[in-house]
Write a protein that binds this ligand. Sequence first.
Ligand code: KIV
Length: 305
Amino acid sequence: MSITPFGGRPGFSGDHELRRKVTTASLRELKLRHEPITCLTAYDYSTARLVDEAGIEMILVGDSLAQTVLGYDNTLSVTMDEMLHHVKAVRRGVKNALLLADMPYGSYHLDAQSALGNATRFVKEGGAEVVKIEGGEKRADLIRRIIDAEIPVAGHIGLTPQSVNVMGGYKVQGKNLGDIEQLMRDAVALDRAGVACIVLEGIPREVAAMITAEVATPTIGIGAGPECDGQVLVFHDILNLTFSPPAKFVRRYGDAAALIGHAVRAFRADVKSQQYPSDEESYHLPKETKAGLDTVLARKRAMQR
Ligand code: KIV
């Protein structure tokens, strides 16, 4: 049986014990071996444990936390403290996967000092192994400084949700020759800066394929077609927990909304009809205490008569 992070039968808990810790170096090995890399988001301890034990190589505490868990309209509102709270919870559930934390909007946009401070908090307080930053060429200097501070960085280009107001909505990027050239410059700048991986979001398959062939850094696609070195999806998307129609690239692997709705309705019905809890689901007094209590109550009743 393989003891690499990549072999074995994912989901079998024995393999989880044997599987090696995934590192940034593992991602490069996987790219070289043409073995697709898997990444899912997670925002809490129990989900992180399940995703980790299923053999997913990278777990991202995405700023999609904003919409999926915190109910914000977009990713712009989520704060460093909110992100950190969830990174810590996920850390406690992850054993083998590489743990990435998303730098939220405003945490790296002001100046390099505060960006370094926030990246350091994710590592020191949150236990993250990689921080993710949106933007290409224009972020390369900042990314180099963060890497110089011994913090691996993941790049993220294409449809970058933190730029929603500049892009004028969530639109597929890289559809004309000028934009394709810019995307290629962005990818090459991140590659040269030494990022651990590059998330390619919402770009045509052909462009993602060109970038993936051009850079040594593993590319992780979301809405970027099958030629990327790996794929990332939002946990809530694959399980129908988003309360909105899925994007074109989302594949649903389960219906947690239906499962949860069914369980909650069944619980409600059982309580209303006094089917829950049963005697078997109740605690009981020890025999002697029960006998003593019965005697006390009988005496009380007698005195009241
Ligand atoms: O926040 C997030 O979930 C992400 C992924 C979609 C890559 O950035």
